[in-house]
Ligand binder design. Structure first.
Ligand SMILES: Cc1cc2nc3c(=O)[nH]c(=O)nc-3n(C[C@H](O)[C@H](O)[C@H](O)COP(=O)(O)OP(=O)(O)OC[C@H]3O[C@@H](n4cnc5c(N)ncnc54)[C@H](O)[C@@H]3O)c2cc1C
Length: 414
């Protein structure tokens, strides 16, 4: 039987960060993962030279855990424009940060969204997001919808930009997510525009995994507890002094009996395109009329040309899973919607791959509960975004917390 100090189950961001902390603490950690590469929900498939992340996702270098523990320069991040293109009943409008895109000032003013009353209300809503995180977490929480109502953010800026944008970020179009969590996200958006690594999101877990003892293709089927816990895997047994279950919430429930929160799903369609509008190409597009299944779409190659073979373009289109109608979106519905969002016919675009991620994000209703204890039983610890917040930041923080908790427990410190 294999023996080590700590077995970490799961090589997602939480498990990788946990193993890094254990290594820093001088402990031997073996990371077991059922998949064929590290990353968990952060993976990139290269299909015919197109880099398709497993679900459209972005890395915000303003996340505190990313700033501290990731070599962001080495990721060669490519940044989106600071604005959005919005499909309205009469066509497409653009709203961009005038300090970054001064040439779009006139178009932004014409868009109909720059109304002093609603902007001031939004600024008031944002204030708690910009102060101390501790104060934000200690303050009252409610749903996103209720908090915007209370702050009187009730106009077109909310209905046609903020809510459609957040629907894609939260995988939630009901407004039921914790306002505190959304404020934490907005804090990062205000501080930095998110981006994608030039070689795909996979570059992030690849960097974190460097130098760790990683065993891929190894599914864990059972974890026993106690002072000498054992892990049963598809490749045999491993004995350890502690086990960290850093799977997603459902996996942690199966292995530890901990309750799993409800999860939300996302579907991303990746299209190869030859003709795409060159205008405002680095902006995310959303539908202000909410008239179809696509919650956001973006021309990845305008931001990172390396996402496609030379001369080709890659477009992502994300829908909720299930979509707003309750069923998965059909390709015909997605294409019809994309015609409107891009203002050009998209029938010539070819589907490269479609990613259906049913368990994309744990739901975070109010009140937001963070810093759930890592230790769940004698010798057994749990990490993952479901223990913190549904984000890369949450996964990294939770992994580090579990690593420190294990190190303290093994040193006999409570
Ligand atoms: C489509 C999509 C878009 C997203 N967009 C963003 C975004 O823009 N910004 C952001 O901050 N976050 C985003 N997220 C969320 C972010 O990706 C996750 O919060 C984070 O990656 C979770 O990491 P984790 O380590 O907690 O879990 P996971 O990444 O799920 O890792 C768990 C690991 O455990 C392994 N595993 C599970 N069961 C077993 C078992 N029995 N035996 C062995 N191994 C097992 C799995 O293979 C997996 O590798 C997005 C997520 C998705 C899916």
């Amino acid at each position: 039987m294999d023996e080590t100090d700590v077995v970490v189950v799961g090589a997602g961001l939480a498990g990788l960060r946990c193993a890094q902390v254990l290594r820093e603490q001088g402990l031997r950690a073996v990371v077991l993962d059922a998949g064929d590469a590290p990353g968990g929900r952060v993976r990139t498939d290269v299909v015919d030279g197109f880099r398709c992340d497993r679900g459209f996702q972005l890395l915000n270098p303003a996340y505190p855990a990313v700033r501290r523990h990731v070599d962001v320069d080495a990721l060669d991040l490519c940044f989106f424009g600071r604005g959005v293109v919005v499909a309205q009943d009469g066509g497409l409008a653009v709203v961009a940060d005038p300090t970054r895109h001064p040439r779009l000032l006139a178009a932004t003013l014409r868009s109909g969204y720059v109304r002093p009353g609603e902007l001031a209300a939004l600024a008031r809503w944002l204030v708690p997001a910009l102060g101390s995180v501790e104060r934000l977490l200690a303050g009252p929480d409610t749903t996103l919808a209720a908090s915007l109502d209370r702050a009187r953010v009730t106009g077109r800026l909310r209905r046609e930009i903020l809510e459609p944008f957040l629907t894609g970020v939260l995988a939630d179009d009901t407004g039921a997510t914790s306002a505190t969590f959304v404020r934490l996200l907005m804090r990062s958006f205000v501080r930095h525009t998110p981006g994608i690594p030039a070689t795909g999101m996979q570059a992030l877990p690849d960097q974190l995994a460097a130098g760790l003892d990683l065993r891929l293709g190894t599914r864990v089927t059972a974890v026993s507890r106690g002072t000498a816990p054992q892990v049963t895997t598809s490749a045999g047994e491993v004995a350890a002094r502690a086990v960290v279950v850093a799977t997603d919430a459902g996996g942690a429930a199966d292995l530890t009996g901990e309750a799993a929160p409800p999860v939300r799903g996302l579907q991303t369609w990746w299209f190869a395109a030859d003709d795409v509008p060159a205008d405002r190409a680095t902006f995310l597009r959303v539908d202000g009329t909410r008239g179809g299944p696509v919650v956001n779409t973006a021309l990845m190659t305008a931001v990172a040309p390396s996402y496609a073979p030379p001369g080709r373009h890659l477009v992502q289109a994300t829908t909720l899973l299930p979509s707003k109608t309750g069923a998965a979106a059909t390709e015909a519905d997605v294409r019809t919607h994309l015609d409107r969002l891009w203002g050009v016919p998209t029938r010539g675009w070819e589907v490269v791959v479609r990613h259906d991620v049913e368990r994309a994000l744990p739901a975070l209703p109010p009140p937001l509960v963070v810093r759930r204890p890592a230790r769940v039983d004698e010798g057994v610890f749990v990490a993952g975004d479901h223990r913190e917040t549904a984000s890369l930041q949450g996964a990294l923080v939770s992994g580090a917390r579990a690593g420190h908790a294990v190190a303290r427990a093994l040193a006999g410190v409570r």
